[in-house]
Design a protein around this ligand. Sequence first.
Ligand code: SF4
Length: 427
Amino acid sequence: MTQLEKARTGVITPEMEIVAEKEHVDAVWLRDQVANGRVVISANRRHSGLEPCGIGEGLFIKVNSNIGTSSDRAILDEELEKLKVSIDAGADTVMDLSTGEEIDLTRRTILKNSTIPVGTVPIYQAVVETVEEAGGLVHLTVDKIFEVIERQAEDGVDFITVHCGLTRAALRMLQTERRVTDIVSRGGAFLTTWMLHHDKENPLYEHYDRLLSIARKYDVTLSLGDGLRPGCLADATDRAQIHELMTLGHLTQLAWEQDVQVMIEGPGHVPLNQIETNVILQKRLCHHAPFYVLGPLVTDIAAGYDHVACAIGGAVAGAAGADFLCYVTPAEHLSLPGVEDVREGVVVTKIAAHAADIARGNKMALERDRNMSLARKKLDWETQLKLAIDPEKARRYREKRPPTEDDVCTMCGKYCAIKTVREYLDG
Ligand code: SF4
């Protein structure tokens, strides 16, 4: 039975108990949120050593870190280091997006070493293997797609991105839309190429039942992907994107009928003033299934600083109701991220998630900020460093330019504002 099925029969699973405790919410309330699809607990029953994580309405906003090899750079130890850095920096989930050599070995090693849920995009491996075996992605077969999905599910992958809503009808919208950047999703591009070459429907849509039976067997959460997500501000919220989203809403209901847990993926590149609209549309059209946003990036010109563009968009999306933020690193649009890029991407996205948690009135998030402010007022540096989102970096700055008087910092030195007025205002 999946977490959803158990919740519907009134069972509070051990995973629900753990998530309820971590989130400081009532276990019965959490079970009901899982039962109505507003929360997913992404936990493949074969992923041993996993600390379950809840994603959805009423919980802390979660952050995903993308790792994995590419055809140009495939060093397993480096990906394991990225996994460690992601977990240490506070990522709630990690996605292995490997397309380099030894994809099975990479994924299995990541799963073995990951205490947080692991997601994948199985179409990547299906295409890589098809290209290696048959010389081109157009030779991809339906059986190959589902064989890879089952292989990954059997290994213990907790959630998979599947671009099931990229239908022929949605593609027609795209073709008449005259977008600036067409398709920027790798999975979306693979499927589109295959569909146009063979003049056939998307196999993940046409054989959705097959997908549901695998997801149900292992309790893999479906992350219904947005293959037509906008790749630039000019393409945001167009009819191709919304057509796909409407299909995802329908597929969400079909998944729930089979007790399969579902999240919905969202854009992408979106102007700041359209983010809230995107969240409202997703929640309405997809029946409040958790919303997993890939950014959104609020400008197209921040290369080298795209993690900042992402955090701005993520904070606004989170405040508007998005539940899960996929990080972006400073290397976005430029190269495969390195270990330090991954760390920075996670931290910056955690700040966005935390800022949105505060806007949503999360009491624990508010409490943490209040405690930081009290420590600032007391000039209690150890507590400040402990409460900082990145204690290591905060300490490095503190120690790099130490003050002559220990209780202040070198910003104002002996003219420290807090210290100057403290004895008068506190008296
Ligand atoms: S020296 Fe200035 S910046 Fe530093 S703690 Fe005091 S008031 Fe704040």
